[in-house]
Design a protein around this ligand. Structure first.
Ligand SMILES: NC(=O)c1ccc[n+]([C@@H]2O[C@H](COP(=O)([O-])OP(=O)(O)OC[C@H]3O[C@@H](n4cnc5c(N)ncnc54)[C@H](O)[C@@H]3O)[C@@H](O)[C@H]2O)c1
Length: 249
């Protein structure tokens, strides 16, 4: 018997990258998966900023499948820049998609899970939600908000059978990352960024999907309120080149 047999999952951001890999992984582990994204090619084409669309989609999932066991919220956008150069419209776009979108997806997840008395909500935050980065501003603020929303919800819903966690990925090779690292002239920075991961490479979407599947499953039955860093060592500490000096690399 597969780990998620008989369960119903929603994955947002499922048309690409981490969301697409997660939808595939949850289905492979036995879940019935309803996919959502702003682009076509998913079960529910919606903007996570649109409350009535999110409300209706979750209602439809539960009407069709009878339950809602796990939600992996991966829809998100990159953006930002040093604050003095940042337009308020760009701030609103990034914070609205990443933070308000998380609030709305989590709100309708929680409403159905409360009625059921069980469930697992998994938000995809970022290591940029737990530490600063150059020009991070709106993105980091939005992801820091996702981490704190996750912990607050874990407090509110733990006694009602709902676990709420987030995953903080490092650099994962998806269109979102490639849009930044493949921009003309940024090659040296791409190398630097990749090198900051202690494992010497960017992650693969499947390496976040496997962690999401774990958090969705009963293997994680005592984990809630956690921001799980999955970053190939990016945030573990500094490498300054001493190992090379010692002849180890
Ligand atoms: N790739 C990385 O290095 C990385 C690192 C840390 C965190 N993350 C986070 O992981 C999540 C997934 O990112 P990814 O790298 O797979 O990116 P991606 O661009 O491959 O996928 C993101 C998906 O979200 C969808 N989306 C964007 N805005 C939306 C909206 N308003 N409503 C509904 N869907 C919307 C996009 O259409 C896309 O399919 C994001 O929240 C991102 O911030 C990514």
């Amino acid at each position: 018997m597969a780990r998620l047999d008989g369960t119903v999952a929603v994955v947002t951001g499922a048309a690409s990258g981490i969301g697409a890999a997660t939808a595939e992984r949850l289905a492979a582990e036995g879940a019935t998966v309803a996919t959502m994204d702003i682009t076509d090619g998913v079960h529910y084409a919606l903007d996570v900023r649109d409350e009535s669309a999110v409300r209706d989609a979750f209602a439809d999932v539960v009407a069709r499948h009878g339950r809602l066991d796990s939600v992996v919220h991966a829809a998100g956008v990159a953006g930002g820049g040093p604050v003095h150069m940042l337009d308020a419209d760009e701030w609103d776009r990034v914070v609205d998609v990443n933070l308000k979108g998380t609030f709305l997806v989590d709100k309708y997840s929680a409403i159905h899970m409360l009625a059921q008395g069980s469930g697992s909500i998994i938000n995809i935050a970022s290591i940029e939600g737990i530490e600063g980065t150059e020009g991070g501003s709106a993105y980091n603020a939005s992801k820091g908000g996702v981490v704190m929303l996750t912990k607050s919800m874990a407090i509110d819903y733990g006694r009602r059978g709902i676990r709420v966690n987030c995953i903080c990925p490092g650099g994962i090779d998806t269109p979102l990352l490639r849009d930044i690292t493949d921009a003309p002239g940024l090659e040296p920075y791409r190398e630097r960024m990749r090198d900051e991961h202690l494992l010497g490479r960017f992650g693969r979407p499947e390496e976040i999907a496997s962690v999401a599947a774990f958090l969705a499953s009963q293997d994680a039955s005592f984990i809630t309120g956690h921001a799980l860093v999955v970053d190939g060592g990016f945030t573990a500490g500094l490498r300054v080149g001493l190992l090379e000096q010692m002849g180890m690399l």
